[in-house]
Ligand binder design. Structure first.
Ligand SMILES: O=P(O)(O)O[C@@H]1C[C@H](O)[C@@H](CO)O1
Length: 330
């Protein structure tokens, strides 16, 4: 395995070199034998196809199964992975060339196993831009999922509700996004394009699978939570600060319903390699766009985690039932 990380460091021969928060594997530093690929990766902070393939092979071999559905657990939503049975658990630190989680509420474990008759792999812990990772590194696990055999990505997040109709604890099914980091010229697809993943210029108009959204709405109805469910637009900012009132006003004017610090780069990466995407935001706090509404209320990560904990049952049921429907159709 190449001792490589996307920050551009080669791992040392005693392994586990953490510069750039990455788990470098122990190796002679040239497992894929391609010095040029490493140089390119250093420049562009992308992972060569061969490195992604090696990580995927490590997981599929270690798990002894090939997942069809990938799940990314948002802040405080790690319990989505706890409903997986016959699980093989990989700590990120032990997966060669995998980044490590640094945020509370993101355990840093990859769980592969069975859910509702399907083989799934779930990330208990995602990577955020504000942790210091380039976007290509944040969404690298999505490419690993693809090469493991994953066809469907379920991305979940905790988010602030900007739409005044949203209440804390509601679930917003994402049907579109505004890529604020993209507006600023940053993309997980920046750098040379490897056509083995997808095209140079992917279209994003149909990113969020309509069939899965409709199925999720039906499931929500049968769970009796339809009045707490919405279909809306998410936007990701770089964080780690929560937004100012002026920023929230601007986002609302752009048609954004919920704001967070993740997911968009994962969805872009998943669509680039032609995965079907289902994503939802758990509204963990309300975001006011009026100065006059500002009492002493400020968003905190503790509040985010606590709301997520309280709503984990509903989120787990939604995910499990959607997996069941996908599995029943195949
Ligand atoms: O990983 P997600 O997007 O669910 O986490 C949100 C955004 C920040 O990481 C954190 C802020 O409380 O929660």
């Amino acid at each position: 395995m190449t001792g490589y990380n996307a920050k551009g460091d080669m791992a040392t021969s005693n392994g586990n070199h953490r510069n750039g928060h990455c788990n470098g594997s122990s190796s002679n530093g040239n497992g894929t034998g391609d010095r040029q690929a490493d140089d390119l990766a250093q420049e562009n902070q992308t992972y060569p196809y061969e490195v992604i393939q090696e990580i995927a092979d490590f997981i599929v071999k270690g798990a002894g199964m090939r997942p069809k559905i990938g799940i990314i657990c948002g802040s405080g939503l790690g319990s989505l992975a706890d409903i997986i049975t016959d699980a093989k658990i990989f700590e990120y630190e032990k997966i060669p060339n995998f980044p490590v989680s640094t945020v509370e509420g993101h355990a840093g474990k990859l769980v592969v196993g069975h859910l509702e008759g399907a083989i799934v792999m779930a990330m208990q812990g995602r990577f955020h831009f504000y942790e210091g990772y380039p976007l290509a590194k944040c969404s690298m696990p999505v490419r690993v999922m693809k090469l493991c055999g994953v066809e469907y990505l379920f991305a979940t997040n905790a988010a602030g509700g900007i739409n005044p109709k949203y209440a804390v604890g509601d679930i917003m099914l994402m049907h579109d996004h505004v890529n604020m980091l993209g507006f600023a010229g940053n993309s997980p697809l920046q750098g040379p394009n490897d056509p083995r993943f997808g095209p140079r210029f992917p279209a994003l108009v149909n990113s969020y699978n309509k069939d899965l959204i409709n199925k999720a709405l039906e499931i929500g109805k049968s769970m009796g939570i339809e009045s707490n469910m919405h279909v809306g637009v998410y936007s990701c900012l770089g964080g780690p600060t929560y937004e100012t009132i002026a920023e929230l006003k601007a986002l609302r004017m752009m048609g954004v319903d919920a704001v967070g610090m993740s997911t968009v780069h994962e969805v872009i990466t998943a669509r680039h390699c032609d995965m079907k995407v289902f994503a939802f935001s758990l509204i963990t706090n309300k975001c006011s766009t009026e100065y006059s509404d500002m009492k002493d209320e400020e968003a905190t990560h503790e509040e985010v985690m606590s709301v997520a904990k309280n709503r984990q049952k509903a989120c787990c049921e939604l995910v499990a039932r959607l997996v069941r429907e996908i599995q029943a159709e195949s």
